[in-house]
Design a protein around this ligand. Structure first.
Ligand code: ZN
Length: 291
């Protein structure tokens, strides 16, 4: 079965062809510009290729309420020109196939839960720590939406005492996770891109503190069986042991399960699908759209 996968991001659109097993055959990226010209690229990639359905993992905030007249829209985004833009409806109309739709991080969580690092488990939280920062929760086949959808990237943080920018850089919140710990925040704080900071720089201790607070908060609120940390910042692999160690310290034996106390290395993990979590998850959203 040939399926389409689309990851819409703030900087690029990644289009892929694949199948229900999560195998990706072909992939192409287009820069995200204004909606009109960006969708023209996306539609021309998929048109005439014979896909049976399309799955879209979309940057947000988005409307996921199937009863809403704006279901499948991007709602109030700070990204210029992209507020109140129909994504799902526009693609359904242009391509004439069912379109599955969810947030970018829920899409990646689905891919990781069913075909990646969470295979065989019933629950998983996926975070991407990249240009932005967000998380999705998968529980026994369901992606958590709730009132709107989770905005885990905007949970509030306790500042690290040595943080020279203890309020962070989110335009909405004083000291939220994304504003403190996404790649863009690291660059704003230290004046250079995160990947140029040497491994012994204090930046990493501070970054690990925020990601550990995130993991500890996630553990006590959602109790997932595994936490997957993806995105460009996590390509700095020395962060994983730092985050695990600090998460244990913050939890302070309160959640006394061996999966955490004895196996923290398999509790907080990199993506099992590498950089393919979003593409595979989008293919699975396409499968779900077929019912
Ligand atoms: Zn925020």
């Amino acid at each position: 079965m040939l399926l389409g996968a689309l990851e819409t991001g703030g900087t690029k659109m990644v289009c892929a062809l694949g199948n229900e097993k999560g195998e990706v055959f072909e992939r192409e990226s287009y820069p995200t510009r204004d909606p009109g010209s960006t969708f023209a690229d996306v539609i021309s990639f998929f048109q005439g290729r014979g896909i049976e359905a399309l799955g879209v993992s979309c940057f947000g905030p988005v409307d996921l309420n199937e009863d809403s007249p704006t279901y499948g829209y991007i709602t109030n985004t700070p990204k210029p020109g992209w507020s109140h833009v129909s994504v799902r409806g526009r693609l359904m109309e242009a391509l004439g196939v069912p379109v599955g739709f969810d947030t970018d991080v829920n899409g990646a969580a689905l891919g990781e839960a069913e075909m990646g690092a969470g295979k065989g488990l019933g629950s998983l939280v996926y975070y991407t720590i990249g240009t932005g920062l967000g998380g999705g929760f998968y529980y026994r086949g369901t992606l958590l939406h709730g009132l709107v959808h989770p905005e885990m990237g905007h949970m509030l943080m306790r500042p690290h005492p040595k943080d020279p920018a203890p309020h962070g850089f989110c335009p909405f919140h004083d000291g939220c996770l994304e504003g403190m710990a996404c790649g863009k925040a690291m660059q704003q704080r230290w004046g250079v891109p995160a990947h140029e900071l040497p491994p012994d720089h204090i930046a990493w201790e501070i970054e690990a503190e925020y990601l550990a607070q995130m993991c500890a908060n996630t553990t006590v609120i959602l109790s997932p069986e595994r936490i997957v940390l993806g995105g460009g910042v996590m390509h700095q692999e020395h962060l994983f042991p730092m985050v695990r160690k600090r998460t244990l310290e913050l939890l302070n034996n309160y959640v006394s399960h061996p999966a955490i106390l004895e196996h923290i290395d398999t509790y907080i993990v990199p993506p099992g699908l590498g950089n393919n979590s979003g593409a595979v998850g989008s293919l699975l959203l396409a499968v779900r759209a077929l019912g």
